[in-house]
Design a protein around this ligand. Structure first.
Ligand code: VG1
Ligand code: CO
Length: 544
């Protein structure tokens, strides 16, 4: 087969600093667009020529088109071997696992995560490096620089699409293509980490739960692991067949978009546990009847109970959390006498800590939890971790949470999102807050003294790389915090995120409704940022 070189021109691609390219499907469908980005990766990422590349996506609209384009271009660019999920499917954590187990140079994961899919929805491509994790900024910056000067990409002429419907091995030109079962290696990995016998016994004893795959990628994984391997009754997994448009839903496991699950768990079905995952399977939401577990609390609770789980029986090296994630995990780390790291938002910042063996568990407030078993956050992993804890302790979710708060104190926590805000207005709001930081440090708001007000900057303790402007923080003397950040993953307008947190050690005061408990901080956020006036919104789009 001959190689065809197609002339092209630079394009507006991935913003530096983001882990991948995330745009409307129609943008990816433009001539040369997907090809330019893929070629920019092949031109810059080390080790791919002659090496192994993992490819797969969350099954959203355009997934298969992009997979075939990547296969063709990989062959034309001299990639040695591609490992691809059957039907082009791989969850993000499963792809991370395959990159590691196949010792691949990297992987291309096709997803826009929790963003809606379908012809009018979003698509995305992200590049992960040989450790299995999202490419660090040095790599994404190089990819971006390449997209700014790209003038050609390579295709295989006259190559037919590869049949991805069956596992097995084939060749595309000189490149080996291995079509693998997307689920089995991942399910095997989970079996090494968790006490499957104990969880099987839990289900055999009549424990009932619902896992909502939200018509996205975790359906096949959850069917296999929860129902086939762990014996949960058929029907435990709902919305378990990946659909190209996610059933026209929004595969974002939070209280708003997964409200059907929340209602089912709180309804009269007698369910003891509920969980959901997002488009690409790296997020998780867990809850019990009357007890939603905030992702920040979940990280702390998993850490506090980790030694009861086989994969973590030896204890944790450390815990890492993103800056906006609550400080609940810090208190567990302190009690365990281990380090707790505070990183900028985005899983890529955990990679060096995990690789260096400094952190074992990591978490983000945005429904992301994971460990050193892969280099991505992992939705089903978190669900299995919770099931293992429930199986060990024979307690309800609410009891586990209440006992945690009694021991460590409760961290009231909420995130307010204002989606699709006018970009200029959102930037103006951030500038307005930024301008007050100096005066606020050492001052006070609504009678609450402020220890520090700053623009969060981070120096990686392993490789010394730095990241600046990662969120505006108001840190109060009593440990309360208000953080302002603009999302880096939206595809239209700006999304303003406001993170609110307050610590309550007194058990007698831990039963307040969250928004009420945070009311003074919500008022402070409005006072400092003039949110209503500047966004033109009366209320957040999503409150978590
Ligand atoms: C959001 C979350 C962040 C997460 C990122 C990717 O980013 O807040 O914690 O790492 O999504 O998650 P932002 O910039 O919109 O706040 V996923 O599930 O899209 O890979
Ligand atoms: Co995701």
């Amino acid at each position: 087969m001959s190689i065809r070189t197609v002339g092209t021109t630079p394009f507006e691609g991935q913003k530096p600093g983001t882990s991948g390219l995330r745009k409307r499907v129609s943008v990816f469908q433009q001539p040369h667009y997907t090809e330019n980005f893929v070629q920019a990766v092949f031109d810059t990422a080390p080790g791919l020529v002659g090496g192994t590349l993992v490819v797969g996506g969350d099954g959203r609209f355009h997934n298969l088109v992009a997979v075939q384009t990547i296969l063709n271009m990989a062959a034309a660019n001299g990639i040695g071997e591609v490992v691809v999920g059957r039907d082009g499917l791989l969850s993000t954590p499963a792809a991370s696992n395959l990159i590691r187990s196949w010792k691949a140079a990297g992987g291309l994961i096709l997803s826009a995560s929790h963003n809606p899919g379908g012809p009018k929805g979003d698509f995305g491509i992200k590049y992960n490096t040989s450790n299995g994790g999202p490419a660090p900024e040095s790599v994404t910056d190089a990819i971006f620089a390449r997209t700014q000067v790209i003038d050609r990409y390579k295709l295989l002429a006259d190559a037919a699409p590869i049949d991805l419907s069956r596992t097995g091995e084939t060749y595309l030109g000189a490149m080996r293509v291995v079509v693998v079962d997307p689920v089995s290696a991942y399910a095997d990995l989970m079996a090494t980490l968790f006490d499957f016998a104990a969880i099987r016994a839990l289900f055999a004893g009549g424990f009932t739960m619902r896992f909502d795959a939200m018509h996205a990628i975790t359906g096949p994984y959850a069917h296999e692991i929860l129902e086939n391997r762990l014996g949960a009754p058929a029907g435990t997994v709902v919305n378990g067949t990946p659909l190209e448009d996610f059933g026209q839903g929004h595969p974002d496991p939070n209280l708003v978009y997964a409200h059907e699950l929340v209602e089912a768990v709180n309804g009269d079905l007698g369910l003891q546990f509920g969980a959901a995952s997002d488009g690409d399977g790296d997020r998780n939401m867990v809850l019990g009847p009357g007890q939603f577990v905030t992702p920040s609390d979940s990280l702390a609770i998993l850490a506090a109970n980790a030694t009861g789980v086989p994969g973590y029986a030896k204890g944790l090296a450390g815990i890492a959390r993103s800056m906006p994630t609550s400080q609940a995990a810090d208190r567990v780390a302190e009690a365990l006498g281990i380090d707790c790291y505070e990183t900028p938002t985005g899983w890529k910042f955990f990679g060096t800590l995990l690789d260096a063996g400094r952190a074992t568990l990591c978490g983000e407030e945005s429904f992301g939890t994971g460990s050193d078993h892969v280099r991505e956050k992992d939705g089903l992993w978190a669900v299995l971790f919770w099931l293992n804890i429930l199986a060990n302790q024979k307690k309800s979710v609410a009891e586990v949470v209440a006992e945690h708060w009694a021991q460590y104190g409760r961290t009231y926590y909420s995130r307010h999102d204002y989606e699709e805000v006018d970009s200029a207005a959102a930037n103006g709001l951030m500038d307005h807050v930024r301008g007050q930081l100096g005066a606020l440090t050492g001052g006070s708001l609504a009678g609450k003294p402020i220890r520090l007000a700053d623009d969060f900057a981070y120096t990686d303790p392993v490789d010394g790389s730095t990241a600046t402007s990662q969120g505006l923080r108001l840190l109060f003397e009593d440990g309360a915090r208000v953080v302002f950040r603009l999302s880096g993953t939206g595809t239209s307008g700006a999304t303003l995120r406001i993170y609110l947190e307050r610590y309550e050690p007194d058990s007698a005061k831990q039963g307040i409704e969250t928004q009420e408990a945070l009311a003074d901080l919500i008022a402070i956020a409005e006072e400092v940022a003039q949110i209503k006036h500047r966004t033109g919104r009366d209320a957040p789009t999503v409150i978590t």
